[in-house]
Write a protein that binds this ligand. Structure first.
Ligand SMILES: [Zn+2]
Length: 557
């Protein structure tokens, strides 16, 4: 055996140190993902509803994982969690609800003609003949030179909105065409925007007229679980929320308009004109009298941090939501737990794996915060609570990367991009995907507005550039079976398991594609973590203006 040179021996020692068992370059591991989902989606965790024993077990498990990885508490004052106080209200049946038009009374059945809820902690709601204002699409978009409201006063009135945004149904020759992203839904198209706008204007209540195509889902989805609402407890002294909000069935809306001497289809067309102005429906009013039950729930976000070595106040954030749908009505097999294995125990496991791998690798100059949100399924509430009271200033948060549902059908030749045209992070995603010999494919149903329907959106509203990986945003081009197989996987998941008892852990999942997706976030965080770069919103993005307010405080590029 030849003698080794001292230099070679030293190198061997160093290499062995780096690659010794336990410390070798860590990689996202599909076995780890599966193992964590198996625990989080087990019956013991009761479907991880916010509040209650399922939450307590989940929080303990997540904090233990972060501790075992060697991260630090990411909340305020050395805490692993952030309090998220929630309000749950349930409008009781039978409710007395009606439109009056002149002497004609049109009674409304909850869940059939209307689906309303409240976020006011009141025992009883009474509205006596409130005027009804048709506000068209209800958009105030100065950057698009659009305003549906003019100087109309909504105080004490019911605002009636059309769903989606003004150019969704426009013909190519109409002046509005392209003004709101064509088929892609802008935030002005979301019902959440419409309710917020009505509230800003002091309306008593807001109703959105339902249409299958423009809403992206049918009436049964819009009216499922009617009357139930979760919201964040508002700080003392803040403006009260709308007293009622919800969907109005298209047929009920057509009857109301006919009673007022108007044709709903005609009004839909007129509302697509830049000249449209909100107006009160003559002789029409809305009345409601209903009891409400109110419950207060204490829930929590889980936060962990891997501090940066040079710029610890510059934050990269990786997140997923830990909550699922808890227990519901028994299915055909008598199962009541809706375990949210894919949605979003798998995303949560992805963030935990990402944390483990980043901690095991070279330290980064910037900090990485791992956020596991509560109450996503109740309206992005955990992430909204964080954005309203961020532990790390949003101005210095470089990017938020969110995992919410990953496909379990194996490796794919592409990754699906949600919300095309929003930010520079699309370039980061493209580069990371190219390094895996993959390409980026834009989501196939941008009119459904998925970009506004996951927790990254709470951060986007605060100006933070975001990326979302969501397995139901469009079929992947699977190595085994191509796009057709990817689309089939989504169709099967949505039809049978999404938000239902069947979303369970499955040992036969092929997580190789999910592993590659988490690796994309790993690569992007590694790159940005040692960079001085601040990804930016693209011109035309709804979120660019919010970020621009703090441009001057971000140093570097
Ligand atoms: Zn989800």
């Amino acid at each position: 055996m030849p003698l080794q040179s001292p230099l070679l021996s030293a190198l061997l020692v160093i290499c062995m140190g780096l690659y010794a068992p336990g410390t070798r370059a860590a990689q996202i591991d599909s076995g780890n993902l599966s193992e964590m989902v198996k625990v989080l989606a087990s019956d013991e965790f009761e479907g991880r509803a916010p509040g209650g024993p399922g939450e307590a077990k989940t929080i303990t498990y997540l904090v233990d994982r972060f501790k075992a990885i060697g991260l630090q508490p990411g909340g305020k004052n050395g805490s692993w969690t952030q309090a998220v106080p929630l309000l749950k209200t349930q409008v009781q049946a039978p409710a007395s609800l009606a439109f009056d038009i002149g002497k004609d009374r049109q009674a409304l059945q909850q869940a059939e003609d209307i689906a309303i809820e409240t976020s006011r902690p009141l025992d009883r709601i009474s509205i006596e003949k409130a005027p009804v204002v048709f506000v068209g699409f209800g958009a105030t978009a100065p950057e698009r030179d659009w305003d549906d409201f003019g100087d109309i006063d909504l105080q004490g009135k019911v605002a009636l909105f059309l769903v989606n945004d003004p150019d969704f149904a426009a013909e190519p020759e109409e002046p509005v065409a392209g003004r709101f992203g064509n088929r892609r839904m802008t935030y002005y198209g979301r019902w959440t925007y419409k309710f917020e706008e009505a509230e800003r204007r002091g309306a008593l209540a807001a109703l959105v007229i339902h249409e299958d195509k423009a809403a992206g889902y049918g009436w049964t989805v819009a009216a499922s679980g009617p009357g139930e609402n979760y919201s964040l407890v508002r700080p003392e002294g803040s403006a009260p929320p709308l007293i009622l909000r919800g969907w109005l069935h298209g047929d009920a809306a057509a009857r109301l308009f006919a009673g007022a001497g108007l044709d709903l289809d005609e009004q839909r067309r007129l509302a697509r004109s830049p000249d449209f102005q909100a107006f009160e429906l003559k002789n029409a009013s809305f009345s409601a009298d209903l009891a409400v039950t109110v419950e207060r729930i204490q829930s929590r976000n889980v936060l962990a941090v891997l501090p940066g070595t040079a710029y610890p106040d510059e934050i990269l954030m990786a997140s997923a939501h830990w909550d699922a749908y808890g227990q519901g009505e028994p299915d055909a097999q008598g199962r009541t737990i809706r375990p949210g294995a894919n949605d979003d125990a798998l995303g949560t496991a992805g963030i935990l794996e990402l944390a483990r791998v980043l901690k095991a690798g070279q330290p980064l100059e910037r900090s990485v915060v791992f956020a596991l949100w509560t109450a996503e399924e109740s309206g992005l509430l955990g992430s909204a609570a964080y954005a309203a009271d961020p532990v790390y200033p949003l101005e210095k948060t470089v990017a938020n990367l969110t995992l919410d549902i990953m496909q379990t059908a194996g490796p794919a030749r592409d990754v699906i991009l949600v919300g095309e045209g929003q930010s520079d992070l699309e370039g980061d995603l493209e580069r990371a995907a190219a390094a895996q010999d993959r390409v980026v494919t834009p989501e196939n149903l941008p009119e459904n507005g998925l970009f506004f329907r996951a927790d990254h959106f709470s951060m986007a509203r605060g100006g933070v550039p975001v990326l979302l990986i969501m397995g139901i945003a469009g079929g992947s081009d699977l190595v085994d079976g191509g796009r057709e197989a990817g689309d089939a996987w989504i169709a099967e998941y949505i039809a049978n398991c999404y938000h239902q008892t069947c979303d369970t852990w499955d040992p036969s999942w092929d997580l190789r594609g999910a592993v590659m997706d988490v690796e994309l976030f790993h690569a992007i965080i590694r790159d940005l973590g040692d960079s001085r770069r601040w990804p930016r919103w693209k011109p035309g993005s709804e979120f660019r203006a919010e970020r621009a307010k703090s441009d001057s405080i971000r140093s570097g590029r």
